[in-house]
Design a protein around this ligand. Structure first.
Ligand SMILES: Cc1ncc(COP(=O)(O)O)c(C=O)c1O
Length: 422
């Protein structure tokens, strides 16, 4: 395996000196010293982008989208090109309501829905509404996307991290948290990939009903399930206390900036009001295009074809992991577009991420998603954008780097460090 990586230019081996990670034969940017900020990725040569959070952007259905865009724009009246309704186009809300009923078995009326600029936009507006309603804190999962915590802080809500274990969010800790709102990813926890267990789902709903609290359900990758049955949405259990968020960022492209919120009446009214005051609604032509895309079956066709593509990629990844990383466990791969590769306790995920970056492979360290609670190290790897051969090479490079680091640990004095040799 080392020989192949050397042959492909990912590792460099010289007689009498240590094996080095290279940038696949291209000049490597200066390696940051400890404590120094690494160079931004744009300036490095990126061979394989496994940054989690993206669908296959090359699978974006450009032709079908252009047709939907043209049809959507043609169908808009002159008056509709004015400021859109703060809740979004009624015709799009009808399509979304029917989609949620069909795909998530969620009875939804157009009155329950607000079209958003994606999950982050929706959460920023919800944060403002919660503050207006007297909230100063919000419970979040630990681990979870750190950008979400920063966004809540920027909107005046203090995020309170609550531990996640193999059954999902530890709901029993909500009572002592002082929070009356919580953001959860119950169907496929981000990033660990676990499902919220049936007992905890019940306990979460009980907590919300008893304390007049709000559960925000982020259903970010519901469309992709492989060898696990789709879990029903929490909102179907208790629509008066659960706000549901969907997005097109994981199925089509984050650049579209569009999603939806299905919320209890008070929150729906408050969000519409804030959107009216704050941004005067979201791009109406994109909304019309999404309506066409949903209504004419284009979205379903796109989901069918990407599911097939992802299924194959995922098999490929699992095969590479079992061949080259037999001591690591892939977690959360039953659904979605990312996997956590659980590392043995003594390994540092951030060190591996740095070395992989030097080889032009971008992945994320699980520790970067942890807030107050520590846990096992791991790599969070978004595999949907990669080509099968890139996935295999990246996993082999990772195995090579781990091998070098392990041999350095065994004989630290005898060999120059990997970092020193770079
Ligand atoms: C947990 C989670 N939910 C949802 C999203 C999608 O956000 P948006 O719809 O704003 O692109 C992301 C994006 O990274 C995410 O990490």
């Amino acid at each position: 395996m080392y020989e192949q990586l050397v042959a492909e230019g990912y590792l460099e081996s010289k007689r009498g000196s240590a094996t080095r990670v290279t940038c696949g034969g291209v000049p490597r940017p200066p390696y940051p010293a400890p404590g120094e900020t690494p160079q931004p990725f744009q300036e490095q040569v990126l061979h394989c982008d496994l940054d989690p959070g993206f669908p296959s952007l090359s699978a974006f259905p450009r032709t079908a989208w252009l047709a939907a865009y043209r049809a959507g724009l043609s169908a808009l009246t002159d008056a509709e090109l004015g400021y859109p309704p703060p809740a979004g186009l009624l015709s799009l809300r009808r399509e979304v309501a029917s989609y949620l009923g069909r795909v998530r078995s969620m009875p939804t009326s157009t009155d329950d829905l607000v079209i958003t600029g994606g999950t982050f936009d929706a959460l920023a507006v919800i944060a403002d509404c919660l503050r207006e309603a007297g909230h100063s804190t919000i419970a979040v999962e630990d681990p979870s996307n750190p950008h979400l915590l920063r966004m809540f802080t920027a909107h005046g809500l203090e995020p309170v991290p609550i531990a996640v274990d193999e059954e999902g969010l530890d709901v029993s800790r909500l009572d002592g948290s002082g929070c009356r709102a919580v953001l959860v990813t119950p169907a496929h926890q981000y990033p660990l990939g676990v499902q919220l267990s049936p007992q905890r789902r019940r306990a979460l709903i009980d907590w919300a009903i008893k304390g007049d609290c709000l559960v925000i359900e982020d259903d970010y990758d519901a469309e992709y399930r492989y060898d696990r049955a789709a879990l029903g949405a929490l909102r179907t259990l208790a629509p008066t206390v659960v706000a549901y968020l969907g997005t097109l960022s994981k199925t089509l492209a984050p650049g579209l900036r569009i999603g939806w919120l299905a919320a209890p009446a008070w929150l729906c009214a408050s969000v519409r009001n804030r959107k009216h005051v704050g941004d005067r609604g979201d791009n109406v032509i994109t909304q019309a295009a999404v309506r066409e895309f949903l209504g004419t079956g284009g979205y379903d066709r796109h989901l069918r074809s990407t599911r097939l593509q992802y299924r194959r990629l995922r098999e490929n990844l699992l095969e590479s992991v079992s061949t080259h990383l037999p001591d690591c466990t892939p977690i959360g791969i039953e659904a979605g577009l990312h996997v956590v590769i659980r590392l043995p306790e003594h390994e540092q995920d951030s060190t591996l991420v740095e070395h992989l970056a030097t080889a032009g492979i971008r992945v994320a360290a699980l520790t970067a998603y942890r807030h107050h609670h520590s846990g096992f190290p791991g790599l969070v790897l978004g595999w949907a954008q990669a080509r099968p051969n890139q996935l295999a090479t990246s996993i082999q490079t990772l195995a090579g780097i781990r091998g070098i680091l392990a041999s350095e640990r065994r004989t630290p004095a005898a060999r120059p460090g990997l970092r020193d040799s770079l």
